[in-house]
Ligand binder design. Structure first.
Ligand code: GLY
Length: 324
């Protein structure tokens, strides 16, 4: 048995490990753990208190995947509900679909009685307001939100870049692999932007025959490289989990333009071996792991690799200031 999560999953891994030890199915344990992270108001990129989009609205993405059946449930751009991971899980269990977005996702959430709530807190509201007053032209402020958002979207960068999203991978007592993701996505994103968290094959993938993978960082990059599915496929073709992740990093070297720094690939194989690699990561980039035999989950540093990043850095600092 094994449970692996990124640093943002810290508040959920204890419960997830406890449930796995008690014999729970991996997906049940993952859902319980991700819900705790979605409730954790100190995590500004998942669930309630996640940073808003350009219009000052929080849009949540989440997914789950069952590695035994290869069934998935994914939700994109969900507004007004506290636990997108549970909506994704119910989608997997109840609908003949794999992905719901926006209004349709909200309709389904209401239909199943998912818990509704205000996703913004005072800190998010005032950060967005500071950005609006400082960055939006007087003319656009007058007609807001009926303005062309494109120019703002290019400058808007997640204020907590590299500390985004939560991802969980589990290997349960039955040998089943599963994955779960949840995020508010890129802070100040263009409304409707989906990252990789709800895109199965990019931000996550689980196949109990081979392995599972989930990614954090700018989802644009893992969507372009098809990273999570690629890692599992490389394992299917005979690579070890370390080799599979290294090959997926090589795939990323071909991506020209975009925000590559801090994309982090988390992967496990069916035997419980694991690899976590952060592109241009910082020494503080950690992941959390619990394995059978460990008294409690522990944090470990991610393996760091370098890829040249040609995105301008300047505005990222400005967004961080608005978020103080
Ligand atoms: N990795 C999460 C996102 O890009 O939204």
């Amino acid at each position: 048995m094994l449970i692996l999560t990124n640093n943002e999953g810290k508040s959920g891994i204890g419960e997830t490990a406890r449930l796995l030890q008690a014999g729970a199915a991996g997906l049940d344990a993952i859902e319980a753990g991700v819900r705790l992270v979605e409730d954790d108001e100190t995590v500004r990129t998942v669930g309630r208190c996640g940073w808003p989009n350009l219009l000052g609205e929080v849009e949540l993405d989440a997914s789950v995947m069952d590695g035994d059946t290869l069934r998935t449930g994914a939700i994109g751009g969900l507004k007004g509900f506290l636990h997108p991971v549970s909506v994704a899980r119910q989608l997997l269990q109840r609908l003949p679909h794999e992905l719901l977005i926006g209004e349709g996702a909200a309709h389904f959430a209401r239909e199943i009685g998912a818990e509704a709530g205000d996703l913004m807190d005072e800190r998010s509201r005032s950060a967005w307001r500071r950005w609006f007053l400082a960055e939006v032209t007087q003319a656009d402020q007058q007609t807001w939100p009926d303005v062309a958002l494109e120019k703002y979207c290019h400058n808007a960068i997640d204020p907590e870049i590299g500390r985004d999203t939560t991802v969980f991978l589990a290997l349960d007592a039955n040998g089943s692999l599963s994955s779960g993701t949840s995020t508010s996505g890129w802070g100040w994103k263009y409304p409707g932007r989906l990252g990789d968290s709800p895109v199965i094959g990019a931000g996550s993938y689980a196949d109990s025959r081979y392995g599972a993978c989930a990614c954090t960082g700018a989802g644009e990059m893992t969507i372009r490289a098809g990273t999570a599915r690629a890692v599992v496929l490389y394992m299917k073709m005979g690579m070890s989990v370390e080799q599979a992740v290294a090959e997926a990093v090589e795939d990323m070297r071909a991506l020209k333009g975009g925000l590559i720094s801090r994309v982090t690939i988390h992967a496990v194989d069916k035997h419980g071996n694991h690899q976590v690699t952060a592109v241009n990561g910082l020494p503080e980039n950690h992941y959390w792991l619990w394995k059978e035999g460990m008294a409690a989950p522990e944090a470990f540093p991610a393996h760091i690799v370098s890829i040249s990043d040609d995105e301008p850095q300047k505005k990222r600092v400005a967004m961080t200031v608005y978020a103080q």
